[in-house]
Every structure is written in structure tokens, then in C-alpha cells.
Design a protein around this ligand. Structure first.
Ligand code: ATP
Ligand code: MG
Length: 299
């Protein structure tokens, strides 16, 4: 990728990247933002997205061949913010053998029998792989914080449910991400930041259009009633877990074309930093290849 292209990407994504939580406020990022691009730039943005997705596919092949690094992309959002479609677009060119998406819903009884990070750590991508978490361990400080009764279902001994439990969980999560970083698993976290008004519009569309009815769930409306609690929980979580090695991207999500562009650009940026290349074969392997060629040619 050319230097000028990388500089353009950096300019696009840096307003939304949080690497230190100090002073972070969710209200400083406008869900309606399109980063100064307007509807006339939309076609160019789509083209850029297409090129980015193509480039990612090439990089992923090298990631796989090198087998040193893994990439974990974490997606969090309120309902209807566009997690599914963003994941679909960003991974559209990627070899399915090198990529796995895991969606985390309510924990099973087996999950609840384990420490809370268990089900997530089992799904961390291997070296050479891209792993995508559609919801993640962050639910443990989001939905579980907003609905404290969920915490009481986690079979913890009452002595472990202290007033510091959320602070302790941010620390656990921070340590987990540091651990992954030290093992060569890069973590990027995306919060697709949709406005309450746009969520309503998308819910209405799900009710109005028969082909979208299946997407509607009554519980989504119930969760919407906890909007401000969720916003607070997101802000606190981001403040306490943003780091250089595992940055948060708070991506404006009222305009889907812009959301996809920023997410793809952030992944391109992270992969470019790895300076991936195909493994260079040594003298022994080269002799092996020459011998194989000789045998093939001989008949
Ligand atoms: P979509 O609605 O687009 O299909 P989704 O991710 O919202 O995707 P749902 O099946 O609607 O999937 O909801 C899953 C629910 O599971 C969410 O409300 C989420 O908050 C909840 N959930 C995820 N992790 C946990 C957890 N650790 N404890 C309790 N609830 C959780
Ligand atoms: Mg849902």
C-alpha cells in the first residue's frame, strides 16, 4: 500500500480511535458524522471500501502463510447499529478458511459453570487467522452491568460480588488483551455508535417491511428503554479498556456506508503495520524445489 494511501486512511480513522480512556466522552463523537465526506463522496467511499477489502484479502493470505500473527476484531453495538452488515462487507473478500465469526448470545448453562472469560478465550483466533466476535467479553460489563440480575445468575459466591466488581472486570479484560498482544494476537475493538433516533427509524423499517420483519424482536424495544444506562456502560467500558495495543474505534453508525469505510480502513491500517510478506524459503527448501522440478520434467 502506498504511503499516500496510508496517510489518507490515517486521517479518516484517527478521530474515532481511542487509545487512552482518560477524558473520553461518548458525546464527543457524533453518530451522524461522515468525517467531512458528503453524499457526493459516497461513490468514491464505496470504491475505496472495495479496494480496501481486496487488499485485506491479499494480506490475509500472507497472514496465513507467515503463521505468526492472529487478528481479533471485536464488534459491540446497540441493536440495529449494523454489526452484521458491517462484518459481512469487511470480510467479503476473505478466504473463509482463514476467518471465523463467533456470535455471543446469552451464556449457556455450561458457560455459566466457568469463569466468565472462558467461552471467549476458547474462540480467540489461532495464528494466521482472523477472528471476529459479534458481541464479546465486553457484554460482561455492558448487558450484565445494566441488568444486574444477570450477574447473580453467574454462580459467583456472594463474597465475590463486591462493589468493585466492574472496576475489577475492566482490569481482567485489560490483562486479557495485554496477554493476547504479548502472544501476537492483535485486538481491535469497534463500537458502532448509532443514535437513538436512527435506531428508532431502523426498528420502524423492520416493522414496516415484510422482508425485514424477521429481524424484529420485541426484546429490542425493551432494551431500548435502558438506552442511557447502556450509553453510560459503554462510556465507562471504553474509558477503562482503551489502550495502544487494543484500541477502541467509536465508529459513527447512522450512515452505513461511512461505518463500513471506517471499519475497513482501521483493519487495513492495523494489517499494514504488521508489514506482512510471504515467507522466504531458505537454501534447503530451494534445493528441494529444484529436485522436485527435475523429477517432474523427467517425466
Ligand atoms: P441480531 O439481533 O442482529 O441477530 P444480536 O447480537 O443482538 O444480533 P440477539 O440474539 O438479538 O443477537 O441477542 C443476543 C443477546 O445476548 C443480546 O441482548 C446480548 O446483550 C445478550 N448477551 C450476550 N452476551 C451476554 C452475556 N454474557 N450475558 C448475558 N447476556 C448476553
Ligand atoms: Mg438483537
Amino acid at each position: 500500500m502506498k504511503k499516500s494511501q496510508l496517510a489518507r486512511i490515517e486521517k479518516l480513522i484517527s478521530p474515532f480511535r481511542i487509545t487512552s480512556g482518560k477524558g473520553f466522552r461518548l458525546k464527543d463523537i457524533d453518530p451522524r458524522s461522515t468525517g467531512g465526506l458528503d453524499s457526493e463522496d459516497k461513490d468514491e467511499a464505496k470504491e475505496m471500501l472495495g479496494r480496501g477489502v481486496e487488499w485485506l484479502a491479499e494480506q490475509q493470505d500472507m497472514l496465513y502463510a507467515q503463521d505468526h500473527w492472529g487478528l481479533l476484531l471485536v464488534f459491540q453495538a446497540m441493536d440495529a447499529a449494523g454489526k452484521d452488515s458491517t462484518i459481512k462487507h469487511v470480510t467479503s473478500g476473505i478466504n473463509p478458511q482463514g476467518c471465523a465469526v463467533t456470535s455471543f448470545k446469552q451464556p449457556s448453562s455450561e458457560d455459566l459453570d466457568h469463569d466468565y472469560l472462558w467461552r471467549y478465550s476458547r474462540n480467540v483466533p489461532a495464528r494466521g487467522q482472523i477472528g471476529i466476535f459479534n458481541r464479546s467479553y465486553y457484554e460482561e460489563v455492558l448487558v450484565v452491568r445494566v441488568h444486574e440480575e444477570l450477574l447473580h445468575r453467574q454462580k459467583l459466591h456472594p463474597s465475590l460480588i463486591t462493589k468493585n466488581i466492574w472496576r475489577d472486570r475492566y482490569e481482567d479484560i485489560g490483562n486479557f488483551e495485554k496477554y493476547l498482544d504479548r502472544n501476537g494476537i492483535l485486538v481491535l475493538k469497534f463500537f458502532l455508535h448509532v443514535s437513538k433516533a436512527e435506531q428508532k427509524r431502523r426498528f420502524m423499517e423492520r416493522l414496516d417491511r415484510p422482508e425485514k420483519n424477521w429481524k424484529f424482536s420485541a426484546s429490542d424495544v425493551a432494551e431500548r428503554e435502558h438506552w442511557s444506562d447502556y450509553q453510560m456502560a459503554y462510556e465507562e467500558a471504553i474509558r477503562n479498556t482503551a489502550s495502544k495495543h487494543a484500541p477502541w474505534y467509536v465508529v459513527p453508525a447512522d450512515n452505513k456506508w461511512f461505518t463500513r469505510l471506517v471499519v475497513a480502513a482501521a483493519v487495513v491500517d492495523a494489517m499494514a503495520a504488521l508489514k506482512l510478506h510471504y515467507p522466504v524459503v531458505g537454501a534447503v527448501k530451494r534445493r528441494e524445489l529444484a529436485a522436485a522440478r527435475g523429477r517432474l520434467e523427467a517425466g
